[in-house]
Design a protein around this ligand. Structure first.
Ligand code: GDP
Length: 526
């Protein structure tokens, strides 16, 4: 063999993953539908394309080369906003959609903040240019006033004028996306163990936990063990978005897998590991991002805890709260260590990763950060500078003056590690008498409340002949054309429902809507 061709780089260019964000009604859903539709039409593919949270298309560049792009198929996808807190990056490129007739709106700016924080490359799509009242130049100026300097407007943010409705400009937008991907030099290695992000997850009565994974690097194979947060399992089945079963998947493909033992959180990172032991250890060492963090930021990422901590948890499946303990005196320190280590409950336990006497200092904070621990400060000072540092690094410092206080705080933190208990409260039922606007992302229907009451903000199951077709949420409720908060039994009302995921099915006259509310409560430790 010639010595010249033995060393090739294992790295290959990776297709970009794209999220679409922007103000409501600016055309995000229409754009995503249009791109998907033309891709399917181009391939003349029959078959069912399922909504799995993401889809893949192939775009032909002006020079004739064909390249793939993966789109997250829900506007402002939940995974996109959650990934930051969870340390995962889902999208490489974010397309900010701004309607040319309306311009920059509050949610445009909100989306912009998300994009900046995510580190994704920003592209702007100025939409609805087919409308006579469209003023694309004015939009560019508005964007500049808000710090988004487009190419040709004193900056380097690529942009494209489009009509999501007619399709105009969309091929150019796809080309821009591929150019931006090239600039970002997205690389991956198929020989590595797979890793990526959880895009969707739900429980299916027939097959168990169904999870959409977006592979961002490596190759995922049937039979491998995967871990996402504290969920883990052996992959029994991999399905491509076109519904075909595949033996493996590589970047940046969305695939539906079966095999997780519990439902992982959307936006969580996942990784394939060597064997069950490694999967158990990683999952057990995981500390989730919990909503009650005092500082309002994600405290922990899904990065595995250090080997030592994981090893101790090998074989165990309990969530573990890591604690850096600081006490006021040596005697107290020992007593507290024992007390804290004894906090071993059937569902979760505490592990002291470091303990010391004295004020909480910078080292404690960095140590806590790297071991995904909370700092328990018992009768000791936390200087303002240290508190600030902790806040900046997302490390939680729990201060207590009594043993009871400390025990209570730690127990509460432990409870927050467990998935909350969700209790469903039935509100009422409604029979659909008329349907109005039927779109994938919003449906307007009217009907009569046959039982209980219907409330604005309630969740609904859409049932036909007793089978649930899909679920959604009531975002607007009207009685005799007036907005109301609730409508009692016997009355008629109109409502706007946003489906939980874009629907292929629509509500029909005669369907029954079952409205309910969900209450979440902390799960008991034993
Ligand atoms: P989203 O809330 O951002 O997902 O917006 P939608 O995609 O649901 O679009 C809101 C409305 O704008 C719908 O009635 C679309 O038909 C319409 N729309 C979207 N894109 C265009 C466009 O390019 N031109 C025109 N004229 N209407 C559009």
């Amino acid at each position: 063999m010639s010595p010249h061709n033995t060393t090739t780089s294992p790295w290959t260019a990776r297709p970009p993953v794209v999220a679409v964000l922007g103000h409501i009604d600016h055309g995000k859903t229409t754009l995503l539908d249009q791109i998907r539709k033309s891709a399917v039409a181009a391939k003349e593919a029959g078959g069912i394309t399922q909504h799995v949270g993401a889809y893949e298309i192939t775009h032909t560049l002006p020079d004739g080369t064909q390249k793939k792009i993966t789109f997250l198929d829900t506007p402002g996808h939940e995974a996109f906003s959650k990934m930051r807190a969870r340390g995962a990056q889902v999208a490489d490129i974010a397309v900010l959609v701004v309607a040319a007739d309306e311009g920059v709106k509050p949610q445009t700016l909100e989306a912009l903040e998300h994009i900046k924080a995510s580190g994704a490359t920003l592209l702007v799509a100025i939409n609805k240019i087919d409308k006579p009242e469209a003023k694309p130049e004015k939009i560019k100026q508005q964007l500049a006033e808000n710090g988004v300097l487009l190419e040709g407007w004193g900056g380097n943010v690529p942009h494209q004028e489009i009509s999501a409705k007619t399709g105009k400009g969309i091929p150019d937008l796809l080309t821009l996306i591929l150019l931006a991907a090239e600039v970002a030099e997205l690389k991956a290695d198929p020989a590595l163990e797979a890793q990526g992000a959880v895009i969707e997850a739900h429980k299916d009565a027939r097959v168990g936990n169904v999870t959409t994974l977006l592979v961002r690097d490596g190759t995922l194979r049937k039979g491998e063990y995967v871990v996402a947060g504290n969920a883990q399992g052996k992959i029994r089945n991999i399905t491509a978005p076109d519904g075909t079963d595949v033996a493996s998947a590589t970047f940046s493909s969305p695939v539906v897998v079966i095999g997780f033992d519990t439902i992982p959180a959307v936006g969580e990172t996942f990784r394939a590991v060597a064997d069950k032991k490694a999967a158990d250890a990683l999952a057990a060492a995981f500390l989730p991002v919990h909503p009650h963090t005092k500082f309002g930021v994600g405290v922990h990422t899904a990065v595995p805890a250090p080997a030592q901590a994981s090893a101790e948890n090998a074989g165990g499946e309990k969530p573990t709260l890591h604690v850096v303990l600081k006490a006021d005196a040596a005697g107290t320190k020992e007593a507290l260590e024992k007390m804290v280590s004894d906090m071993d409950f059937p569902r979760a336990c505490v592990r002291v990763v470091k303990s010391d006497v004295g004020e909480v200092n910078e080292n404690d904070v960095t140590f806590a950060e790297s071991t995904h621990a909370v700092v328990a400060a018992f009768k000791v000072k936390v200087s303002q500078a240290t508190a600030k540092l902790a806040q900046a690094h997302g490390v939680l410092v729990l201060r207590s003056e009594t043993v009871y206080e400390l025990a209570d705080e730690l127990k509460r933190k432990l409870q927050e590690l467990l998935p909350p208990e969700v209790q469903r409260q039935e509100l009422g039922k409604l029979t659909v008498l008329a349907t109005f606007k039927m779109e994938k992302a919003k449906m307007i229907v009217g009907g009569r409340v046959s039982d209980g009451k219907i409330k604005r903000g309630a969740k609904v199951d859409v049932k036909r002949k007793g089978t649930i077709l899909f679920s959604g949420k009531i975002i607007q409720l009207q009685h005799q054309k007036e907005d109301v908060a609730e409508v009692p039994q016997g009355r008629e009302c109109g409502m706007m429902i946003v489906p939980h995921i874009p629907q292929d099915k629509f509500i029909e006259v005669g369907d029954e809507l079952a409205a309910y509310e969900e209450e979440t409560a902390l799960r008991p430790l034993e």
